[in-house]
Design a protein around this ligand. Sequence first.
Ligand code: ADP
Ligand code: GLC
Length: 483
Amino acid sequence: MTLRVLAVASEMSPLVKTGGLADVVGALPAALAPEGVETRTLLPGYPAVMAALGHGETVLTDDDLFGGPAWVQHSRVGDASVYALVAPHLYAREGGLYTDADGVDYQDNAFRFGALAWVGARIAQGALDDFAPDALHAHDWQAALAPAYLHYSDRARPATIVTVHNIAFQGQFARDLLASLRLPPESFHMDGVEYYGAIGFLKAGLQLSDRITTVSPSYALEIETSDFGMGLDGLLRARAAVVSGILNGVDESVWSPATDALIEARYDASTLDARAQNRLALQRRLRLDGDPEAFLLGVVSRLSWQKGHDMLLANLPALMARNIQLAVLGAGEKHLEESFLAAQDAYPGRVGVKIGYSEELAHLIQAGVDAFLVPSRFEPCGLTQLYALRYGATPIVARVGGLKDTIIDANEMAVQAGVATGVQFSPPTAEAFALALRHAETLFRDKATWRSLQANGMRTDVSWRHPARHYAALYREAVAARG
Ligand code: ADP
Ligand code: GLC
């Protein structure tokens, strides 16, 4: 029997993306279809979303959704079914998805995402004629109030699942917004939406949903500790019986070196020599010396404390004393952007930096670098190291979260056994990272060993097949448990 799932999220590739959340929300519907799950996804009607969707059918209207009229437009994007929540007073703005052009959070984010969750809950309660979901799947804090609205309503509701993509972002707002968010007074309680004296969106979702997932088994365990739980570890320990970790997969229609239109030369595991052309194209693009011998390292990332690039910058002088080059694509915190640009000036031809967002350059870096760096302090899953595996760019990663679960460290035994796919380091310090970089460089200079790391990585199944099966089983189990 087909299971119907309403996914609620604030991003979805290819419509709108700031990070891995979009890739996951964008890939899940097609991955779940063969498992007998029909997914429809509710998204905010940001200008970019509305421009990409064009016209669609209006399936729901609301005269006053937190201060203005709103309606839901149903459209198809390829095989995916999207409900865009059109609410001009909330979403029709210049600037980012969550912040204005200066990077300051919109002061009405509680209502922008409260509205998303509210409408998600209405659809879950059967507000649409042709789609009555069996389960509501809320992604991250922006959607996490939906299970709370359902919990405090008397109407019948489907099963609810909250997925934590990053517990660092929790959505906390002043308690005096309770009534205007249409939450009942009794919800402001330790067992409800209350969180350290404020309203916690993610907290509410974790407290009041039937099932909780996160995006790797290791992160599922880590967030039950005070080091990684960011204040929510106690709640997660109390609810451990319903918490699980399901790894992200790769959308192979987008990330496959054999068919990738965004790279210079296509290749697979048997034609790895063609990577040299991508490497040269990348070196030209970032004004790096066209040196075929240099050990070329790559980064594609949000630039934030989470991702650990300060540890890379700390190691740069030592790296530049050897025949190493660095290609960086990223955007985020100003001081990190400036530090990378300064490194480019200090080491012309050796460090190439592009600050900004570029899907095309992200692909070329994966296809051209020798090793791909992910030195994160914490990483719920991480997608770029999975793309790196597929592209034969050997990942060098911190041993945390999803990085720990997806990369097999090239220790002596793993190399001998022929199973290694990358290099891990721990603890997440500049010193440990330095050792990993030296180890990787030694492996790189041994061509046969390096080739086997690349081949092992490219053979690794990082598709959505396994994760999709897990999600489908979890949905069915959660639905069955509601009876
Ligand atoms: P996170 O979601 O924490 O940022 P992930 O590794 O899960 O980390 O996903 C990051 C996604 O965003 C990947 O698809 C990556 O290629 C992409 N990405 C990050 N920064 C950039 C950038 N500057 N330009 C293009 N793509 C980027
Ligand atoms: C978050 C995490 C990242 C994960 C992504 C998609 O942004 O930081 O590790 O891969 O969500 O789940």
